[in-house]
Structures are given as C-alpha cells and as structure tokens.
Ligand binder design. Structure first.
Ligand code: GLA
Length: 672
C-alpha cells in the first residue's frame, strides 16, 4: 500500500452531492486513507438511543468504492448537546471549581462513569456495524486526549482520585509518607479527606500535584482503554490507534504506546519559527522510539496555515512537501492532514485544508496532489526502520515534577531543555532516539540526559550500569534530585548519581533573569552560560571547564568521570548553544558516533531507513539556498527511478531527495 496519504474527512459539513466530488478529487490527489467520523456523534445519534448511520454508511461505501482506506474514529471526542443537557455532571471543572461548558469540544470529565458508559455504547454500535466494512483499516479512538481538557477537578474526579490513591498506596499512612504531609499540617486521617489540588492560598503539596498529573493521564488512558476493549471484543484484529501530542504535557506518550498497535502523531510546524523543523525532528524521533522503532503515523498536520496561533503563517511553496518528507524520513508510514476540505463555517474555517476554499485551482491543492503522487511512487519505504547511535532520555514523570511550583528556579522548562540538547545532535546529522529511562541503553554508544530532575534509584542504577559497561553519558544539571514522590534523595545532590558522576553538588545557584557567566579554562572550550550554576565538589571527576566569573568563579562548571569501562560527563550550568555543541562533539568523538552522512552542508538533514528490500537515504534541505550534497556511495533517485545512480545531489532551497541503494543484506535497490 505504501506511505498512507490523506486527511481528516468530516463530510457532515457538506450536502451529499459534494461527497461524490470529494471522492473524485481525493483520487486526483492520490489519497489512500482518510480518518472519518471524528466529530460525528451528534449526527449518528441525534437523540438518545436514536441512531442514524445511513448517511455514514454511504460515506464509507463511497470511500471503499474509491479504494480509500478508513481510519475510523470512535466519534467520542465531542459529546452531543443532548448528553450534557441530560447529564451536566459529565462536564469538567477547572482547579478553581468553574465548570467548563459545552459549546466547543472535549467537554467531558475523563473520570465520569456516565460519559464513559455513553462512549462505550456508541463504540459498540460502531464496532458492530463496521467491523467487516471493506473500508475499515484501523480505529482512531477519541481525538487528541488531553488537548483541551487536560485534567478535571470535579467531585467525580475527586472520588476517582481517591480510588486511584488507594490502589497506589494501600493505606493512608503510606499516602502521608509519600506526600510528606507531616509538613504544613497536611496529614490525612482518611482517604475521604483527600481532594484534587484545587486552587489553594499558595503552593499545593507538590507530591499531591504530581500524583494528580499521573492520575489525570491515567483517567484519560482509561477512557481510551474502555473504548479499545469494545473494539478488541467486537472487531478483533483491526489495529487501534489514537493521535498523540508528545509535545504537550498531560499525556505520557511512552506510557500509552504499549496499548496502541501503532502510534500516531498530530504535529503542526510553525512556518514563522525559522527552525521549527528541529522541534519537529525531536517529536518525530520520540514517536519512532515510542514503540521501539516501529513506523508511526503522522495523523494530522496542516496543508497551509493553522488558525490557532496569534499569527498564522502560511506554508511557503515547498515547505509542506519538505516537512511531510521529514516525517517519512524520520519513520512515518503515513502523512495525513487536518482536514480534507476546508470548512465554510465553524471554529476552524480559517484553518487550511488539503482542498482550500479556493478549490482545485490553488497552490495548496496543486502541492497536495504533487505530494500524493510522489509518495505513491515510492511504495517500498513503508515498514523500513532506522538505527540511531545516540539516545536522548525523556520522561513525563520528570517533566511533570520539574515544572511544579516552588523550585529553585521557575525558569527551568523541560521542552526547552530537551530541544537545547537535541539541536546540536540534529544539526550535526546524528541519528537520535528519544527514549524513556527504563529503555535498554546498551545499543547506544552515547546517551544524553537533559535535566532529569525526578530519577528513581532504579533508573539511576541503569545509567550507572550503562556507563560501567562502556557507555558515554552526558548528564545536565538538576538531574537525579528527587524520587518518585518528589522527595529529595538523601545524602546530598544528586543522590543516586553522585558515585557515577564522581562529584557532589553542595548548593544550587540559579542565575537571575538575563544574567550569564563566563565558562572555560585551560584547554577547555570557552563561552557563556546562563540560567543555572551550582557549587560542584569533585569526588573523582576531573574538571573539564570552570566558571570564570561570578560568585562561583574558579569552581567546576563541566566535569568528566571515567567510570567502569565508560565515561560520564556532567554539565553544572546551561551552556550557550555553540559551547554545548562543542562539548557534545567531543563526547561524540570519544564515543565514536558519526553523522548519518559525512560532509553534510549546513541546513541539510540526512536520515536512513532500511529494510529487507533496500535502503532509503533522505536528504532534506531546510535552508534557503541551493546546496550540493556529496554521497559516500552511488545511489539512485527513488523519485526518478529510471535515472542512473549518482554520487552527488543538487538540492534546491527546501529541496528533498529520496535515494535508494542496496539494503543491509545487500538486497537490490528498492526504487519502485
Ligand atoms: C487538532 C485536532 C483537529 C483540528 C486541528 C487543527 O489537531 O485534532 O480536530 O482541530 O487540531 O489544527
């Protein structure tokens, strides 16, 4: 089937006569898959228990007739007005006790048994009716869980939270211990006294907040699992997915991935952020890593502008193609858009679509058709995989904890830090995986740990074992500080990492806003650092660079510790980008980590996907100048399969090249 291509299809916005035209134009655009029915609940069940599936049958039959696969939504992302009128208790509440009213979407409390019962009832209807429909290729459960309603603080949620806490801790004494409630007179005598962390006079108990984030994620996952159970029972064997947004905080993509058959992503690059493709790169690598390298689906992106930023830039010519191929280059087996036909009315009418208001004679539609044609021309990419030599650690538990209130600095930001550490690797053309701390790290010669504030002793022991076995580890400041209950590890910072790093941190010294310090020293790369400094006391580690001014002048800023057969580097400050790059280059050299292609011009991304049939090399020019890329071996152009093999490639600004060569087993070139 090849890389799937298409978008969200919301035909209920249009009279039926438009649907036939949709099918014709989808064929012209080489659409092979649509996600249908995402917001169709009110139309298939206009009144309680009154089903109207006839129109949807015709939609699915038409798609099947056109040879277009359907990723069929369970339609539960926006409950119909009659449901919230009959059961206002399904509406979510904010931390301030304010109800979130219907009128948009996702207006349900994830813990509501009433909402879940109605959702299950709907999914039973859908699964029974469409399990054997020829168009059905996979199920799309809900939609962007946690996008709008991240957590609910209502009384139903409070009860569900207490149940969750009982399961987690067993006794109220264990809960008190985990939450350090002996401070500020917070000790509970009974689970019944426990509340969600609603708006309070000042900082709510951090362990309570952390658990509420865990619970919120679980409550959303329970909604997903309840629907999935129906699908497994009534439509066994059909793959199940939901569209994740790992760039958002509430849903732990690593935690959800095992319960999905294939992971799917919604990602909207911002054309007005000059290097947003680096952020995309991080998220794409995370998606590919979520199920151990299994290809993933780009389920939503925009064909042009979105409508939800303050200023919504269109995608300039070639950008949509380039960023779509970027997803494929980083492991996607599907490129879909929100949405097929641009809405005339409603909240998203100024959001671009594959078929714009202006119709077929538009740049966007032409670019969409051209991309569909190109993707169809290279069917062999589907299912191929990549190998990474560097792993970046990411962990939702730590993200949640790091950004709670009452920290040494409120300026620490997980996403910013993850990207800062990822960027130099991306720009050096190194293949990265983004993995959780319980993943096997032995395949990676180098591992980078951005501020992993919450680190269990168990995960720290895995890092130590990795280095002892010969790994090269880079750890940034404010890592390994607290346990799973946001309690400081005993014995001084950074508790479980002290021996591995060969140091202790005596005192944190976060910098004032706008302040920076000089870092360098004999034989060291020199430059500036900001955000954070700290008093490092080496205990076996050698000093790589020192603070050159400020209160900590002369003290270590960067250290290196040979440990077992490997080495652990430690950064006690936020190095400016060039300095971090130089340091990571040194670590890469020590670890023997090479870029995917040598001599890659600046701004060009190179990735490799391979499978039994062959190898695909993707070259993506994110720069605004044409460049020439030398190839280490002759490769054929997969987009012009009759052309001879080449040893250099001309890439226009925003240009893409897809090249093929023999596979790992020496299998033939896979151009199709
Ligand atoms: C999300 C939703 C879609 C649509 C797009 C617009 O991804 O899932 O329904 O609202 O945003 O960008």
């Amino acid at each position: 089937m090849g890389i799937r291509f298409g978008g969200d299809y919301n035909p209920e916005q249009w009279p039926e006569e438009v649907w036939a035209q949709d099918l014709e134009l989808m064929k012209a655009a080489h659409v092979t898959m649509v996600t249908a029915g995402i917001f169709s609940w009110a139309k298939v069940e206009p009144r309680p228990g009154e089903w109207d599936f006839g129109w949807f049958d015709r939609v699915l039959d038409g798609l099947a007739g056109a040879g277009i696969e359907v990723c069929l939504a369970t339609m539960t992302a926006s409950p119909p007005p009659w449901l919230s009128r009959a059961h206002p208790e399904i509406l979510p509440e904010g931390p301030d006790g304010q109800r979130r009213w219907p009128g948009a979407r996702q207006h349900f409390c994830p813990s509501s048994p009433v909402f879940r019962a109605h959702a299950v009832r709907l999914v039973e209807q859908l699964a029974t009716r469409y399990a054997d429909h020829p168009a059905l290729a996979m199920w799309h459960v809900g939609n962007e869980y946690g996008c709008h309603t991240r957590q609910c603080f209502c009384e139903v949620s409070a009860q569900d939270f207490r149940r969750w806490l009982r399961e987690r801790y067993g006794t109220v004494a264990a809960l008190n211990d985990a939450w350090s409630t002996s401070f500020w007179s917070q000790a509970y005598g009974d689970f019944a006294e426990v509340l969600p962390p609603r708006t309070a006079p000042t900082f709510a108990n951090p362990a309570q907040q952390l658990d509420y984030l865990r619970f919120g994620d679980q409550a959303l996952k329970d909604c997903y699992l309840a629907e999935r159970a129906v699908l497994d029972r009534l439509a066994p064997g059909v793959p199940v997915t939901t569209n994740l947004m790992p760039q958002h905080k509430p849903v732990d993509a690593f935690g959800w991935a095992p319960s999905m058959d294939v992971v799917a992503l919604d990602f909207y690059q911002d054309p007005y952020v000059p290097d947003d493709h680096v952020r995309a790169g991080y998220v794409f690598d995370l998606m590919r890593s979520a199920r151990g390298g299994q290809p993933w689906l780009l389920l939503e992106q925009a064909a042009g502008a979105v409508n939800w930023r303050r200023r919504n830039g269109p995608k300039p010519p070639g950008a949509m193609r380039l960023w779509s191929w970027q997803a494929v280059a980083q492991g996607a087996d599907a490129v879909l858009f929100f949405q097929w036909r641009q809405s005339r009315g409603g909240a998203e009418k100024f959001h671009s679509a594959m078929l714009p208001h202006g119709g077929t004679d538009t740049r966007i539609f032409r670019e969409v058709c051209e991309l569909g044609r190109e993707l169809a021309a290279v069917p062999g990419i589907e299912g191929t995989r990549s190998r990474a030599s560097v792993a970046l650690l990411a962990d939702w538990q730590s993200w949640w904890a790091l950004e709670l209130d009452s920290r040494p600095s409120a300026a620490l930001d997980h996403s910013h830090s993850a990207l800062a550490h990822y960027r130099p690797l991306f720009e050096a053309g190194v293949a990265c995986d983004v993995v959780p701390p319980d993943r096997d790290l032995t395949p990676y010669p180098m591992v980078v740990v951005p501020n992993l504030y919450l680190l269990t002793a168990d995960h720290a022991a895995r890092l130590a074992a990795y280095v002892r076995g010969g790994g090269h580890l880079v750890v940034s400041f404010f890592s390994g500080i607290v346990d799973a209950c946001d309690r400081v590890h005993p014995g001084g910072y950074p508790g479980p990492l002290r021996e591995l790093l060969g140091l202790r941190v005596a005192e944190f010294w976060p910098l004032a806003e706008g302040a920076s310090v000089a870092v360098g020293g004999a034989g060291a790369h020199g430059g500036r650092a900001d955000l954070w400094t700290e008093e490092i006391v080496p205990a076996g580690a050698e000093v790589v660079a020192r603070f050159l001014d400020g209160e900590l002048a002369g003290r270590p800023a960067v250290t290196r510790h040979d440990y077992g057969r490997g080495t652990a580097w430690y950064l006690g400050t936020r190095l400016e980008p060039a300095l971090l790059r130089a340091l990571l280059d040194d670590v890469r050299a020590a670890a023997g980590v090479a870029p995917v292609l040598p001599r890659l011009p600046a701004g060009v991304q190179a990735t490799v996907r391979e499978g039994a049939g062959g190898r695909y090399v993707f070259l993506l020019n994110h720069g605004c100048r044409a460049v020439e890329v030398p190839l280490p071996e002759p490769l054929r152009d997969a987009l012009a399969p009759r052309a001879a093999a080449v040893t250099r490639v001309e890439l226009a600004a925003r240009g893409v090249a897809v090249l093929t060569g023999p596979g790992p087993e020496g299998g033939g070139g896979a151009a199709g």
